[in-house]
Design a protein around this ligand. Structure first.
Ligand SMILES: [Zn+2]
Length: 394
C-alpha cells in the first residue's frame, strides 16, 4: 500500500492549510502555520521533493523578491464515495477537495456487500478512466449504517441487510492499494459541511441528517466526535413513545419511525385514506404510489394535511434537538438530507420548538439552518475523511 502523507506534524499542518484555504504564498503559509522561516523552507522543500506540494504560479508581490504560490500537488487525488440505500455516488477530487468528476448509479444494497462493492469499484474505475487517473491518494466511504470506525465495517445495519461485520474498508483497500476510511453517512456529511458548507465557520456544530435514515454528526472543537465505540450521534432510535409506529430496527416509537422519509409517506397514505388530502389522493391515483417528493410538493402547494404531518414530524425532531443543544451547546445546528420542499416547513417548526423550550444560555444566539450544500455533502465529506487521515489530522 502506498502512502502520501506527511513526515511530521508541521508538514501535516501545511498540507491541511493548503487543502482548506487553497494556494498560498510561502510567507502566508508560514504565518498561518506559525513556523519560522527556516523551518518553513525546509518543510516546504521536502513536501515539493516528495511530490505532495507544487508551485502554482506567481503570488501578488509584496515588494522585494517575487514569491510563488504553493498548492497541493496535482498528483494528489481523493475519491469520495457514498453507498446506498438506493444509489452509489462516486466522485474524485483534487487535493483541495473540489470535485473533478462524478458518477452515480442506482444500486440495490440488499444484493449484499460483495456485489455492491464490486459495482462501486466498477463505477470508480469509470471515473478514474475519464480523468486518466492512475493512483488515488486516499478513499473515503459513507455507509447508511452504524460503522465500527476502527474496523471499517457496518454494525447491525437495518438498511444494509447481510452487511453486518463485513470489512468494507479492507475489501476496498485490497483492490485500490491506498488508505480507505469508512464512516456512517451523518458523520461524513458533517465533514462535508465542515469543509465546504456553513459549518466551515464553526468549531462546534451539529449536523442533523434526515431522509431515509436519521443521524447526527457532532463536530466539537473543530474535529468530528465519534465517541468511545464510534456510536456518537446515533439519535435515530431514541424512543419517543412506548406505543408508536414500528421502526426499521424492530422497536416501536423511535425518532426515525416518526421522522424518516418512509414515516412521512406512511402518514401521507393515512391522510389519503382518511380523506384529509385531496392533493395526495390525486397523486396516488395518478402514480399508483406516493413518494416523499410528493409530500414535499404537496407541502409547498399548501395542502393542509401534508403541512400538518410534516410539522408533526419536525416537532418530534425539535424536542430531541432541545436536549442535544442544551447538552452540547453547539455554535450552529445544520439540517440536511430533507426532500425538496420539506426543508422550510420542517425548519420553521424545529426552530419554534427549540427556541421556545431552551434556556437562553444554550440557544441565545444559536442559528438553526438548512444545509447550503446541494447533494455534495456526502462525496466531499468522504474525500475529507480520507484527506484527514492521509494529511494526519485524525
Ligand atoms: Zn428504531
Amino acid at each position: 500500500m502506498t502512502y502520501d502523507g506527511p513526515d511530521n506534524a508541521d508538514q501535516a499542518r501545511l498540507l491541511r492549510l493548503l487543502r482548506d484555504d487553497g494556494p498560498r504564498s510561502r510567507v502566508e503559509l508560514g504565518d498561518a502555520a506559525g513556523l519560522s522561516r527556516a523551518r518553513l523552507v525546509a518543510e516546504v522543500d521536502r513536501l515539493v521533493a516528495l511530490g505532495r506540494v507544487e508551485t502554482a504560479g506567481p503570488a501578488a508581490s509584496r515588494g522585494g523578491r517575487r514569491s510563488s504560490l504553493l498548492r497541493i500537488a496535482s498528483a494528489v487525488r481523493f475519491a469520495g464515495i457514498t453507498i446506498g440505500p438506493r444509489e452509489i455516488d462516486v466522485a474524485v477530487t483534487d487535493g483541495e477537495l473540489s470535485v473533478l468528476a462524478r458518477r452515480r448509479e442506482p444500486v440495490d444494497v440488499r444484493l449484499g456487500p460483495e456485489a455492491t462493492i464490486a459495482r462501486t469499484l466498477e463505477l470508480l474505475g469509470k471515473v478514474r478512466a475519464n480523468l486518466g487517473l492512475g493512483r488515488l491518494t486516499g478513499v473515503g466511504v459513507a455507509l447508511p449504517a452504524p460503522v465500527a470506525f476502527r474496523e471499517g465495517s457496518p454494525v447491525s445495519p437495518p438498511a444494509l441487510p447481510g452487511w453486518h461485520g463485513y470489512g468494507v474498508r479492507d475489501a476496498l483497500a485490497a483492490e485500490l492499494g491506498c488508505p480507505v476510511l469508512v464512516d456512517n453517512d451523518a458523520n461524513v456529511m458533517a465533514l462535508g459541511e465542515q469543509h465546504a458548507g456553513t459549518g466551515r465557520a464553526f468549531d462546534d456544530f451539529l449536523y442533523v441528517k434526515l431522509g431515509t435514515a436519521i443521524g447526527c454528526g457532532l463536530v466539537l472543537g473543530g474535529a468530528l466526535h465519534r465517541g468511545a465505540t464510534s456510536g456518537a450521534g446515533g439519535i435515530a432510535h431514541l424512543r419517543q413513545s412506548d406505543d408508536g409506529p414500528t421502526c426499521a430496527c424492530g422497536e416501536t416509537g423511535c425518532l426515525e419511525a416518526y421522522c424518516s422519509d418512509e414515516a412521512l409517506v406512511r402518514e401521507a397514505l393515512a391522510a389519503v385514506e382518511d380523506g384529509r388530502s385531496p392533493v395526495l389522493a390525486a397523486r396516488l391515483a395518478e402514480a399508483g404510489a406516493i413518494t416523499v417528493a410528493d409530500v414535499g410538493r404537496a407541502t409547498v402547494a399548501g395542502d393542509p394535511a401534508a403541512q400538518t404531518l410534516v410539522r408533526d414530524a419536525a416537532r418530534r425532531l425539535g424536542r430531541v434537538l432541545v436536549g442535544l443543544v442544551n447538552f452540547v451547546n453547539p455554535g450552529i445546528v445544520i439540517i440536511g438530507g430533507t426532500a425538496v420542499g420539506l426543508g422550510p416547513t420542517m425548519l420553521a417548526e424545529i426552530r419554534s420548538v427549540v427556541y421556545r423550550r431552551s434556556p437562553p444560555l444554550a440557544t441565545g444566539n444559536l442559528p438553526i439552518v438548512l444545509s447550503d450544500l446541494d447533494d455534495t455533502a456526502g462525496v466531499v465529506g468522504a474525500a475529507r475523511l480520507a484527506s484527514d487521515d492521509v494529511f494526519g489530522a485524525s
